[in-house]
Design a protein around this ligand. Structure first.
Ligand SMILES: NC(=O)c1ccc[n+]([C@@H]2O[C@H](COP(=O)([O-])OP(=O)(O)OC[C@H]3O[C@@H](n4cnc5c(N)ncnc54)[C@H](OP(=O)(O)O)[C@@H]3O)[C@@H](O)[C@H]2O)c1
Length: 316
């Protein structure tokens, strides 16, 4: 056997020890991990497996051939000051997150559909809200910003529960049966007034940062509900708060925030129409993530193109 391929690992997640063990096991002894900051000779590192690496992580990695992100969204890595421009970047593509995301979003859609924003408000006043109108699921359209891996998993689950679903993307996509695909600004303008729930599952790029603003959210019908599970920077927080307080939106389920952890005394914590979760809608599980990283690394080693290869110019 020739000399082993050295791989530099860094993970700043809550599960970093489990992730490290899972990645080491999936890669096997022929791919020994150097765990940052114990880099050894940086010139012998060929691959990096990383999440939230520090600014000097890529220093001296002159033989680096590819970077594998331990996440589906790579906005943070693309902003990294040391990420070499020529090195392929590979993200997680589903890796077990699709089902988790589908469950989380289904919960949000059911919450909105079955009137829980109003029921909770009534309960706080000990008011018996018996005459609640229930729209049939088939007339309760959900719009999803994004038509990628996670949006498709979410849309499938919602369609299976009887909801009409439209996914918006840059180009029209061939989506599974029952899921409507729309693309472009005019189509989004036409879609928004028809959506009772809007779900954001876009990558964070210069084109999508701040997309959930007054202009977009006020185009939703009165009483609509927002689910943001993509990135906090998609949302203009003050715009959402104003539309909630003006009763234009009935509520929001937010899993991601511009600042995480959500700071103490942030208005979202106690807002009666906001459901807050701490970025847990679809955590990347160590075993699924490690298995996909190992598969992708072997595809790259064999000269192939792995699933999840990021288009650096496009930003996702
Ligand atoms: N909260 C969590 O726990 C969690 C977990 C995992 C991921 N996420 C977030 O979810 C995001 C989506 O993940 P994914 O795996 O589904 O990504 P993906 O497969 O790359 O899908 C991205 C989708 O967004 C669309 N898109 C990108 N830029 C657009 C624009 N300017 N206008 C319209 N559509 C645009 C793409 O359109 P095209 O189809 O036309 O290319 C594609 O359909 C990640 O980037 C991450 O931020 C959050």
């Amino acid at each position: 056997m020739g000399s082993a391929t050295r791989i530099l690992f860094h993970c700043a997640g809550d599960d970093d020890a489990r992730m490290q063990d899972a990645v080491a096991a999936a890669l096997g002894p022929e791919h020994p991990l150097a765990v940052w900051p114990d880099v050894g000779d940086p010139a012998t590192i060929r691959y990096a497996v990383a999440w939230h690496p520090p600014d000097d992580f890529f220093d001296g990695l002159i033989a680096l051939e590819a970077v594998f992100a331990l996440a589906a969204g790579v906005d943070q890595l693309l902003r990294h000051p040391g990420l070499p421009a020529h090195v392929p970047l590979v993200r997680l593509d589903d890796a077990g997150m699709g089902n988790k995301m589908a469950e989380y979003v289904l919960h949000g859609v059911l919450h909105a559909h079955r009137g829980w924003p109003d029921l909770l408000a009534a309960a706080r006043q000990e008011r018996w809200l018996h005459d609640l109108d229930v729209t049939p699921a088939g007339r309760f359209r959900v719009g999803i910003l994004g038509a990628g891996t996670l949006a498709t998993a979410v849309a499938r689950r919602l369609v299976a529960n009887g909801y009409p679903v439209s996914c918006w993307s840059r180009g029209v996509r061939a989506l599974p049966d029952g899921i409507d695909s729309v693309a472009g600004t005019a189509a989004l303008d036409a879609l928004l007034p028809r959506c009772r729930v809007l779900v954001c599952l876009l990558p964070l790029t210069p084109a999508t940062r701040g997309i959930l603003d007054t202009a977009l959210l006020s185009a939703l019908p009165r009483g609509a509900f927002l689910v943001n599970v993509a990135r906090g920077e998609h949302l203009v927080e003050a715009d959402l708060l104003a539309l909630l307080d003006a009763d234009h939106l009935s509520g929001a389920m937010l899993d991601v925030f511009a600042e995480e952890p959500l700071p103490e005394r942030h208005p979202f914590w106690r807002h009666p129409k906001v459901l807050v979760s701490p970025h847990v809608s679809a955590p990347s599980g160590p075993e699924d993530s490690a298995a996909q990283v190992a598969d992708s690394l072997r595809v790259v080693e064999a000269g192939g193109r792995p699933d999840g290869l990021v288009d650096r110019a496009r930003g996702y």
